[in-house]
Design a protein around this ligand. Sequence first.
Ligand code: NAD
Length: 510
Amino acid sequence: MQEFLHLLRLEPVNQGASTGVNWLTCDSSKQTTITSPVDGGLIGKINKAGAKEYDQVLATAEKAFQLWRVMPAPKRGEIVRQIGNVLRENKRSLGQLVSYEMGKSLQEGMGEVQEMIDICDFSVGLSRQLYGLTIASERPNHRMMETWQPLGIVGVVTSFNFPVAVWAWNAMIAAVCGDVVIWKPSHKTPLSAIATQNLIADVLKENNVPEGVFSLITGDTREISERITQDHRVPLISATGSTRMGKIVGKACAERFGRTILELGGNNAIILSQEADLKLALPAIVFGAVGTAGQRCTTTRRLIVHDSIYESIREKLVTAYSTLRIGNPLDENNHVGPLIDKEAVHTMQEALKKLKEQGGKVVFGGEVLSGKGYETGTYVRPAICEAKNDYPIVQEETFAPILYLIRYKTIDEAISYQNGVAQGLSSAIFTNNMREMEQFLSPVGSDCGIANVNIGTSGAEIGGAFGGEKETGGGHESGSDSWKMYMRRQTVTINYGSTVPLAQGIKFDL
Ligand code: NAD
């Protein structure tokens, strides 16, 4: 453990603000201490940034943008390529830290770093493909086209459950687009962010990248988060986290006409048809529901099961859950690690209580584990519950491993349950019936940003645009043409003729 902290150049006390290579000296009387949900061990302390450091980071980013935006995009891509290589070299140690600070399994921690590497590769290619359209002009001797210009400073607010990947999905794309990035990591997992900043600092230094292209700032919500969301110098905020946070950030940005990419809570369902191939479905359901201890935005929270197979599926799931090994996530034999903190454990217990009050039943698990290896009070046994879709608790996203089983009779009913929640992130159907599959993907099918057939709800490839509808926020980041959100669209018309035809055929003789 000591070794990966050392390799990532984390100190016992770290600073809460960086403009790239340089760390700013923050007030040592305002410290935060980060301990691990895995075993309660101290990972490190951070001197929190305040208003003074915020102003410094902003001013440096503003200056950096003047230089970065005129660097040819493929040259910016070359910096991103080198960042990808540094992440490759340090995949294990950064993955270990993510696992230790957040509590996800080591494999998932390293998988998260792999996603950072993948988005670097994607962005390098993108840096040569920031293309616009040429559009037919209605006027003679005119050419009309669309060009994409860098936007400015992008604020990236990230959630605890993906302490580093969410930043990369945004920052690497933004960087090749010519934007500069200020990262506000989760207050629960800031050391993974600080370690990432340490790693990329080497690349920034070797390439003389101006200070302010990649900055990081962490401190109290009021001092930092609220400030950045209200700051008119930051034209785009990409915020990942709860719907509660998204409502505040969305409103603050809208008031100043700032742009947002909001990646918020999910309440994801799998429809399990009587015509499903259970060999595919069962592992996908179990991984989707218990992976990252139910703390993924794409976690499977509801399983909508056909009436004819409901009882047998319930039994099969209970059998599968009984074999889950729960414990230290750095031990690769374990399937499920801890929740992020005791508050999350309490929220899970409250949700199970409410479920029972509302008429539901816990059929397996749900208890807080105690004894050797579980001294932190952050380990729980994943729960399988029986519920109805309209129970208020089922309508909420509880960020814990609770799987609600819901019975359906017709495919129309299943889809109406799937869509019958406020959130709209990820959805899936397991079926070999072509009609059911096509209906699920049709305009009357899933209303989510992600719709999968014969794979679960959890996780997504970086090549596609990632995001969800309704209270999930409507933002899209990562692959496809999400890069357009990080740029300013400009419609350009050039007259190469010798007259000036006015719009709408207006004559204006002088
Ligand atoms: P959170 O909302 O508590 O915090 C997320 C981030 O917002 C943190 O950096 C936090 O410091 C910051 N924040 C909190 N209040 C703020 C405010 N008033 N102004 C500005 N920033 C503020 O969420 P969390 O507990 O870290 O993460 C879990 C949530 O994130 C779940 O709801 C999950 O579904 C969601 N999530 C969504 C996606 C997605 O892509 N849709 C991905 C990961 C996580």
